[in-house]
Design a protein around this ligand. Structure first.
Ligand SMILES: Nc1nc2c(ncn2[C@@H]2O[C@H](COP(=O)(O)OP(=O)(O)OP(=O)(O)O)[C@@H](O)[C@H]2O)c(=O)[nH]1
Ligand SMILES: [Mg+2]
Length: 235
């Protein structure tokens, strides 16, 4: 079964974790607990093909973005999420997209632009037209509006991204088998431990990257959790 690495990116509080939780576990989370980094695994059916998705839910908060370059390298598809209630959260995505393209060295890297919190129409600060224009400027990336709260369009964004990755994978294989070469990904997911969940679903502690200096995604999580625990100690 093919296994693909998906990274969920965007500013703090736009709803990345809620979207991921709805997709993977069908749950709605009302409270806000800023993410350090979490990874999940889910098997889905895309047009009759079984695909395993390794999903990395990243930190919007700057303080935890040290490993960004490394997970961008490992990622094969990217959900770029903003909140329709915040114009700056859309503006901040352009830098992230530039960084992805630079690191992947590929202007056609699979991306979906996601305007979340569509249930908060009264608080809308980003028009559909504006967001759509941005997606057009990004080489016609698909644009969806989602609501993690109502579970609207949640499966669709992951499925669309997965289709893009599959298409790319097939193109790559076709090039490879036609004898003209082409780079292999060589970035298969490795190892990992599922925490809870069943049937290929659930939260997972996978090592997404090592930077060659002894830093790894699991190490980062451990250190950050320690830091957070320390911060929460009341003396
Ligand atoms: N109304 C509404 N609220 C949402 C939606 N998605 C998320 N929220 C709320 O927004 C807050 C932040 O959601 P998170 O999913 O934790 O945001 P995040 O992008 O993961 O934030 P970081 O981990 O800090 O980067 C929470 O209180 C959620 O309940 C949505 O679709 N509609
Ligand atoms: Mg989060």
């Amino acid at each position: 079964m093919p296994e693909y690495n998906i990274v969920v990116l965007g500013s703090g509080g736009v709803g990345k974790s809620c979207l991921t939780a709805q997709f993977v576990q069908n749950v709605w989370i009302e409270s806000y607990d800023p993410t350090i980094e979490d990874s999940y695994r889910k098997t889905i059916d895309v047009d009759g093909r079984q695909v395993v998705l390794e999903i990395l839910d990243t930190a919007g908060t700057e303080q935890f973005t040290a490993m960004r370059e490394l997970y961008m390298k490992t990622g094969q598809g990217f959900l770029l999420v903003f909140s329709i209630t915040s114009l700056s959260s859309l503006a901040e995505l352009s830098d992230l997209r530039d960084q992805i393209i630079r690191i992947k060295d590929d202007p056609r890297v699979p991306i979906v632009l996601v305007g979340n919190k569509s249930d908060l129409e009264d608080e809308r600060a980003v028009s559909r037209t504006r967001a759509f224009q941005v997606s057009q400027n990004w080489g016609n990336a698909p644009y969806y509006e989602t609501s993690a709260r109502r579970r609207a369009n949640v499966d669709e964004v992951f499925r669309d991204l997965c289709r893009q990755i599959l298409r790319k994978d097939m193109e790559l294989n076709a090039t490879r088998y036609s004898g003209s070469g082409g780079p292999g990904y060589g970035l298969r997911a490795s190892g990992g431990r599922t925490v809870g969940g069943a049937n290929g679903m659930g939260r997972r502690q996978k090592d997404w990257y090592h930077d060659g200096y002894g830093n790894s995604s699991q190490g980062l999580r451990r250190r950050a959790h320690r830091k957070r625990d320390q911060r929460c100690t009341i003396l």
